[in-house]
Design a protein around this ligand. Structure first.
Ligand code: SF4
Length: 205
């Protein structure tokens, strides 16, 4: 029905039913052929769906993609590490959003802060209790060399590498989260190159 010359239509119930029925009839008429499964790759030959890789690559992929840091942040660099764990920098992208309160559930120590000799035995104990294989990122000038305190204080350890082995050094005072993330990526590259299976030993047997 046209209303006072305006091109606007108001349907009666009957017209509305007829209109809806026509839409359904049109759909039925156009829907007789079946829609093919878009996942046609399932029909491809099985050998085209087999992913070949090495045991080393697979183990290293799992390890580098699920680094769990231990909570061990003795000083001010810790705030940059905390920021890196926030939503802006999103460490969850690397599978490492879980900071472990227990060293037995951690395989990465990020040494974010100045280390004093008084604290050193406890840091070494945390490292010793971490699960194998484990890695260490020295974050900040204090972690690398004792930083600004190294020459002026008898109480500061001149670098964590006097206490535990360090894999990656991230300079700065403090390093920004971007720098820490770059260091994490360097560690991931290092883990990716690790040999887990000694082929030579297997062949000699
Ligand atoms: S490197 Fe700088 S920010 Fe980091 S713990 Fe040392 S003094 Fe603090």
């Amino acid at each position: 029905m046209e209303v006072s010359g305006v091109r606007k239509y108001i349907y009666s119930d009957t017209e509305l039913d007829r209109e809806e029925g026509q839409i359904i009839e049109d759909l039925k008429a156009n829907s007789q052929p079946t829609i093919p499964d878009p996942d046609q790759w399932l029909d491809e030959k099985p050998e085209q769906n087999i992913l070949l890789t090495t045991v080393d690559w697979f183990i290293n992929w799992g390890r580098r993609s699920s680094l769990w840091p231990a909570i061990c942040f003795p000083a001010c660099c810790a705030f940059e590490l905390i920021a890196a764990n926030g939503p802006r920098f999103d460490l969850a992208r690397f599978g490492m959003e879980i900071l472990r309160a227990s060293p037995r559930q951690a395989d990465l120590m990020i040494t974010a802060g100045t280390l004093t000799w008084k604290m050193a035995p406890n840091v070494r104990r945390i490292y010793n209790q971490m699960a194998e294989p484990k890695w260490v990122i020295a974050m900040g000038a204090c972690a690398i060399s004792g930083g600004i305190f190294a020459s002026a204080s008898y109480a500061v350890v001149p670098g964590y590498n006097h206490i535990i082995p360090v894999d990656v050094y991230v300079p700065g005072c403090p390093p920004r989260p971007e720098a820490l993330i770059y260091g994490i990526q360097m560690l991931q590259k290092k883990i990716a190159q690790k040999r887990n299976v000694d082929i030579g030993k297997l062949v000699r047997r």
